[in-house]
Design a protein around this ligand. Structure first.
Ligand SMILES: *[C@@H]1O[C@H](CO)[C@@H](O)[C@H](O)[C@H]1NC(C)=O
Ligand SMILES: *[C@@H]1O[C@H](CO)[C@@H](O)[C@H](O)[C@H]1NC(C)=O
Ligand SMILES: *[C@@H]1O[C@H](CO)[C@@H](O)[C@H](O)[C@H]1NC(C)=O
Ligand SMILES: *[C@@H]1O[C@H](CO)[C@@H](O)[C@H](O)[C@H]1NC(C)=O
Length: 305
């Protein structure tokens, strides 16, 4: 039998020494639509071709061609999966989850007939969700952020496209400060007021869990929240004598005293006790500039005759 011609490019061919009636060998074929699960083993059955037409005495040659043909090979009348250790059928790596090959059937002396084999690659949960970037995410939040407002959003990805649900790990150190109201959104809401003056950094763990899979894979991210100082403190004269009032610490302003000698002109600045007249912004993170002014006093009154 003469070797039948077959497209050289990306073709796997098989000459079948089947006894067929001349011209009937390819008649039983048609387009095929089938499916296979990703990560299937080498040699997995993809499709079984129908038996040849009426018996006779002819040679039949089958070829698989096209860009996706390397995923398959012919084994008698079976189309099987061609994979190897380094080349698994990974749905997420494919350009399209549908593979298409042409099956040409040629019979001696007849023009070849072409059919399509369309193979849908089915998804398997072979990817875990993951948070992008570093495993420690940082967010800056002003201490003035409103309670019940969304302060940041945690977004994980899942290459299988699984639906994710987000939860705050209640065992994480500062879990009580945060809440997730809409589990699918990953939007983290502030559950209680922040106060830069008492806490500058909080830590919370957000977990993304697959909702629609039996494996329920999950991924966690540690979120570090830097509490930014908001302008919520008065300036304080130093040294500060702290006094707690209704859970808030305030400074009682010191009384500055200086000695002047009567009838003597003093050169240079006065020397005060317990220190120079000095105030600082109570918002240590802001350190807004301070201006001083004399509001009232009896300067010029006392000591004058
Ligand atoms: C199977 O795939 C490998 C790697 O792409 C390829 O080299 C080989 O030719 C394929 N085998 C068949 C029978 O197509
Ligand atoms: C948080 O603030 C610090 C310093 O103010 C800045 O360097 C950093 O880029 C900020 N990070 C984010 C995530 O905004
Ligand atoms: C995440 O997965 C681990 C290990 O499978 C499991 O122990 C843990 O309970 C899961 N966490 C959540 C929040 O589902
Ligand atoms: C003012 O004079 C008194 C008495 O001499 C002294 O005890 C005090 O330390 C002086 N105060 C200052 C601010 O120099």
């Amino acid at each position: 039998m003469a070797s039948p011609s077959c497209p050289a490019l990306l073709a796997t061919c098989l000459a079948l020494q089947l006894a067929t009636a001349r011209g009937d060998g390819c008649s039983g074929f048609g387009n095929l639509f089938t499916e296979i699960t990703e990560n299937s083993a080498h040699g997995s059955l993809v499709a079984r071709l129908p038996p040849a037409g009426d018996t006779g005495s002819g040679g039949l040659q089958l070829c698989l061609t096209g860009a996706d043909a390397t995923w398959f090979y012919l084994d008698g009348r079976s189309v099987r999966l061609n994979v190897s250790a380094g080349r698994a059928l990974d749905r997420e790596e494919l350009e399209s989850p549908v593979l298409m090959v042409a099956l040409t059937c040629a019979e001696d002396g007849f023009s070849p007939v072409e059919y399509r084999i369309i193979v849908q690659v089915l998804n398997e949960n072979d990817n875990r969700p993951h948070f992008q970037g570093a495993t420690v995410l940082t967010h800056n939040i002003s201490e003035l952020a409103a309670v019940h407002s969304v302060v940041f959003s945690a977004q994980a990805e899942d290459a299988d496209g699984d639906t994710l649900m987000y939860v705050i790990d209640t065992a994480s150190p500062d879990a009580r400060f945060f809440r997730i109201d809409l589990p699918n959104s990953g939007k983290v809401v502030l559950a209680r007021a922040l106060d830069f003056e008492s806490r500058q950094q909080l830590e919370v763990v957000v977990t993304a869990v697959e909702m629609n899979t039996k494996e329920r894979f999950n991924a966690s991210a540690r979120v570090r929240v830097n509490v930014l100082d908001g302008d919520d403190q008065y300036p304080q004269f130093l040294p500060c004598t702290p006094r707690t009032h209704q859970g808030l610490t305030v400074c009682t302003s010191p009384v500055y005293t200086a000695n002047v000698t009567e009838g003597q002109l003093q050169g240079g600045p006065l020397s005060f006790s317990p220190g120079s007249v000095y105030a600082e912004d109570g918002d240590r993170g802001l350190r807004a500039a301070i201006t001083y002014s004399l509001l009232a006093g009896r300067d010029g009154d006392t000591g004058t005759r």
